[in-house]
Design a protein around this ligand. Structure first.
Ligand SMILES: [Zn+2]
Ligand SMILES: [Zn+2]
Length: 264
């Protein structure tokens, strides 16, 4: 089983203290074959990540790690953009001079509010409808490779309005996944949920299976690690899930081109 972890944060993200070299060394110790750093990035001044990313030092450190760990670990350069469907032209302008392997698109905020705040006065599961409407906008408009943690709202809603009801949201999920497939955008199995109270991946098995049934192929797996210890965590479960859903390949990316890798 090859572990290819395509969602990792280092201290180039506002919410991580992990040094890139420490992340690489932890990955090598775990037998991880390939990693992609996907640092938070936003051009929206109200979100906490705004202004944190320094691309020059990010790429310089990536280059150093590539040299240092050349024979042991493949290292890709990625980014996780908050609401990339807003300010599309600004993102294009900002990112055009850098050579990214991979871009994750995330909905972390709705109406300029963090999801946790957005949820505060919501009483019903219709909040999921609002969340997926935002994800749908992202899928229609953004220039991204993979949708990060597709059902992320459940992480914050789990203790209040409850977990996602797949049947209630199925129509919206079909629309999102069909649009993603048409635009050649994939999804990820984000294993961070398996480390938390919710105890399931993001997205859930049902959504992954729906993606496959609709013809989806492009699939990455990411730990969403913010510490060296969590790099490559719960990949066994994720791969098992992918296998059960009928996926024969897991994907890596190079210069934003998907590369199918036989996973089992
Ligand atoms: Zn995220
Ligand atoms: Zn992340």
């Amino acid at each position: 089983m090859d572990i290819i972890d395509f969602h990792i944060h280092s201290n180039h993200s506002f919410d991580s203290n992990a040094g890139m070299e420490d992340v690489c060394e932890a990955a090598i110790l775990k037998g991880v074959k390939e990693i992609c750093f996907t640092e938070h990035f936003s051009l929206n001044p109200v979100v906490p990540t705004y202004g944190h990313m320094n691309f020059e030092s990010y790429f310089k450190e990536i280059e150093n790690c590539r040299k240092k760990y050349e024979s042991q670990l493949m290292i890709k350069a990625g980014i996780e953009i908050c609401e990339p469907h807003q300010r599309i032209e600004e993102y294009k302008e900002q990112l055009k001079s850098f050579e990214f392997d991979f871009i994750l698109g995330s909905v972390h905020n709705i109406d300029q509010k963090k999801l946790r705040i957005f949820l505060e006065n919501k009483k019903s599961t219709s909040a999921y409808g609002e969340f997926f409407a935002e994800v749908y906008q992202m899928i229609c408009l953004a220039d991204i490779d993979i949708i990060a943690h597709l059902d992320l709202l459940k992480r914050y809603a789990f203790n209040s309005i409850g977990n996602l009801n797949f049947k209630e949201c199925k129509e919206q999920l079909v629309a999102i996944l069909e649009k993603a497939i048409a635009r050649n955008i994939g999804i990820e199995i984000n294993t961070s949920g398996l480390r938390g109270k919710i105890n399931e991946s993001l997205p859930s098995y049902e959504i992954l299976k729906l993606y496959k049934d609709l013809g989806g192929e492009i699939l990455t797996i990411g730990s969403d690690a913010h510490t060296p210890e969590t790099v490559g965590s719960h990949f066994e479960e994720a791969l098992q899930m992918a296998k059960e859903c009928g996926f024969n390949y897991i994907y890596s990316f190079k210069q934003r081109t998907p590369i199918a890798i036989s996973a089992y």
